[in-house]
Every structure is written in structure tokens, then in C-alpha cells.
Design a protein around this ligand. Structure first.
Ligand SMILES: [Zn+2]
Length: 212
């Protein structure tokens, strides 16, 4: 019965790709998925691709339009990316730590987009997601700030939640967009101060600064 209802609904409202709106069972169709070209790691930072095109649209809709089903393809993208780069071996990682949202932002959005994709990675690699970081400063949106302001804005914005110890652990720090690196640097510092043995950095995308 449920199956019949699903196929009837599919007939009336065919499932579409969240990015290009073509008919697609998956939240991101194959064409959009392969449009995303992988980037080489840069100075120890691993980002799947630049923040533009299909990836930008997917992250934007996921975060701001509440399209939670995009967690699946975005998680899969990270899994696929990691299988292509030799510099992070998930068998040598003890925990995935998502960059947290402040409690106020979390209430507003209802979910932490980074934690959702981390869960997809957890399922695939069998490496636990550890909510080891807390955002204690309700910072202004980094996006609107100049570079130096971003570093100042984010200072002391995080702390380690000692219920989820990172002591002696090899940690994969995960975020959605890498811009100036201020957030990542601050989180990484917190984790190391709390005794993390190693911190690897992975982001879904990297913002590109266009020259004027
Ligand atoms: Zn598509």
C-alpha cells in the first residue's frame, strides 16, 4: 500500500534533483554530481571543490532552504573525495568532529548541516561523529566581514565539550565552506589544546576570491 502511494505521488510530483530540477530519484542527479571537480589539498586543507556551480547551489539549498535530503549526496561526495586523495586515511581517524553552530542558530535552522553530512560519513567509514566542540560566542555572519575582522570575530568562539574527550585522538575536523580559514584555525587550536593527537581538516567547499 505504502509502495503504491509512493509511486502515485511520484507520478504526480516526480522527484527532482535539488540542484538542476531535472527528474531524479536522488537528491542530486548524476550530471550535477559529476560536474563537481575535485581540488587538490592546499597547505594541509582538504576541500572537495570550489564553492561555485552545482556544489554551491546544493550547499545553499541544504543550509538555507531546509533541503535535508541533500545530506545524502553531500555526504557521499565527501566519501568519494576521500577515496581519491591519499593524504587522509580514514582508518587512521578516531573521530569526526563537525564545526558546531551556536545554540541560537541551531534552534533557528533546526539542524546543523555539517553534523548531518558527518553522520553519512560515520555510516560509511564506521568512524564515530564526536560533538566535541561547542560554539559559545554567537558570532556575526563571517560572510559580511573583512578578513582581519573575521579572525577577531571568531576568537574564543569555541570550546571543547569535555563529555566528548579528544585527548590522544586523531580527529577529522569537518566544515561546509572554507573561506579565510579563521573558523578552522580556531577550532583546530581548541582541539589541540584539549589534547588531540592530530587534526586533519576537510571541508565540502572552498570559497574562491575573484580578482577585481
Ligand atoms: Zn541535477
Amino acid at each position: 500500500m505504502k509502495q503504491l502511494l509512493t509511486s502515485l505521488l511520484d507520478l504526480i510530483f516526480p522527484p527532482r534533483c535539488e540542484v538542476c530540477r531535472k527528474n531524479s530519484q536522488a537528491a542530486m542527479c548524476q550530471d550535477c554530481f559529476i560536474e563537481i571537480k575535485y581540488m587538490k589539498p592546499h597547505l594541509g586543507i582538504h576541500s572537495v571543490s570550489t564553492y561555485e556551480g552545482a556544489l554551491k547551489e546544493a550547499i545553499h539549498r541544504f543550509k538555507f532552504k531546509n533541503r535535508k535530503r541533500l545530506a545524502d549526496p553531500l555526504g557521499l561526495l565527501l566519501v568519494n573525495y576521500l577515496s581519491h586523495i591519499p593524504s587522509i586515511n580514514m582508518q587512521e581517524i578516531d573521530a569526526i568532529v563537525p564545526v558546531p553552530l551556536h545554540q541560537r542558530r541551531l534552534k533557528e535552522r533546526g539542524f546543523n548541516q555539517v553534523a548531518l553530512v558527518a553522520q553519512i560519513m560515520q555510516k560509511y567509514f564506521e568512524v564515530p561523529v564526536l560533538p566535541a566542540l561547542e560554539r559559545i560566542k554567537d558570532t556575526e555572519a563571517q560572510f559580511d566581514l573583512a578578513r582581519e575582522e573575521r579572525f577577531h570575530n571568531i576568537k574564543e568562539a569555541f570550546r571543547v565539550n569535555h563529555n566528548h574527550s579528544v585527548a590522544d585522538k586523531r580527529v577529522l575536523l569537518l566544515d561546509d565552506i572554507y573561506t579565510t580559514g579563521a573558523t578552522i584555525a580556531e577550532c583546530s587550536k581548541c582541539l589541540k589544546t584539549a589534547g588531540a593527537k592530530r587534526v586533519e581538516i576537510l571541508t565540502l567547499s572552498r570559497a574562491v576570491e575573484h580578482q577585481a
